[in-house]
Write a protein that binds this ligand. Structure first.
Ligand code: DX5
Ligand code: ZN
Length: 255
């Protein structure tokens, strides 16, 4: 574990907590970038103004694909101060909280489908000083009436708009009803969306109340022009009227 993995977490979480102060924001998903040039990629995206990245952790069991785990993330942590928002697409996530925390992750988002009870897992993540989230797959019904007790523990909810496992899939707009339901059940909750988000789909998500947009291929496909892609996506975002359900997270930028 590098000393900065945990010692700098406080300042990274200050960045993370402040990210949505001026409205919905984008977190690039590193799944779509060139893993052979990670230090270069992390440097380049930090220079163009990215503050947090989405890490897709896959175990080949919860999803039919494998990516990377704590030892790899720990090396990336040595190379960057970017916030690490980790999306754990793994079975038994409760077994891996300490290794991911020690590797320098700042948030851990576990799947509702992968835990028997969300409450103890969320509590353990928060006890390690990380932000805790729950992700939900497109076919999973979210029962929010009565409001489940764990909803109060969440720092964020991640609504999947594709079946997890691979980048570059087509956005499923039917999941947006879950975004609205989460915002109704807990106004002010940070709600993220993941899968198939890009210039043509981000408006519908933001109009429904999404605060955080995870974007993989629509950002990294412009490998040699990431600055242009980042600026275009953010400009598109600023043209969208956020939902009134955003509550306290209101846009302050001029439209
Ligand atoms: C899919 C991952 C996503 C993925 C999104 O399982 O959770 O984060 O990287 O990629 P795009 O933006 O290409 O759909
Ligand atoms: Zn993801």
């Amino acid at each position: 574990m590098s000393p900065s993995a945990t010692s700098d977490r406080g300042s990274r979480l200050t960045v993370w907590d402040g990210l949505d102060q001026s409205g919905p924001f984008i977190t690039p998903s590193l799944l779509a970038c060139d893993f052979g040039r990670m230090r270069d990629v992390l440097d380049r995206i930090a220079r163009i103004g990215v503050q947090a990245v989405h890490l897709d952790v896959m175990d080949g069991r919860f999803v039919p694909n494998l990516t990377y785990g704590p030892p790899v993330i720990a090396r990336w942590r040595e190379a960057t101060h970017l916030v690490f928002d980790a999306h754990l697409m793994i079975v038994e996530p409760e077994r891996w909280i300490d290794p991911f925390a020690d590797a320098g992750c700042d948030t851990l988002v576990v799947h509702l489908e992968a835990v028997e009870q969300p409450w103890p897992v969320l509590e353990r993540i928060k006890a390690r000083g990380l932000r805790a989230g729950i992700a939900v797959n497109p076919p999973t019904l979210l029962r929010l009436d009565p409001v489940p007790s764990w909803l109060a523990l969440l720092d964020s909810a991640l609504v999947m708009s594709v079946m997890p496992g691979f980048g570059g899939q087509v956005f499923d707009p039917s999941v947006l009803s879950k975004v609205a339901a989460l915002k109704q059940a807990r106004p002010g909750l940070r709600v993220a969306i993941d899968g198939g988000i890009g210039p043509d789909t981000l408006a519908a998500a933001v109009a429904t109340g999404v605060d955080q947009l995870v974007i993989g291929s629509a950002f990294f496909r412009a490998d040699d022009q990431l600055e242009v892609a980042w600026s275009d996506l953010n400009q598109r975002l600023r043209q969208v009227n956020p939902s009134p359900l955003l509550g306290t997270r209101r846009r302050t930028d001029p439209l």
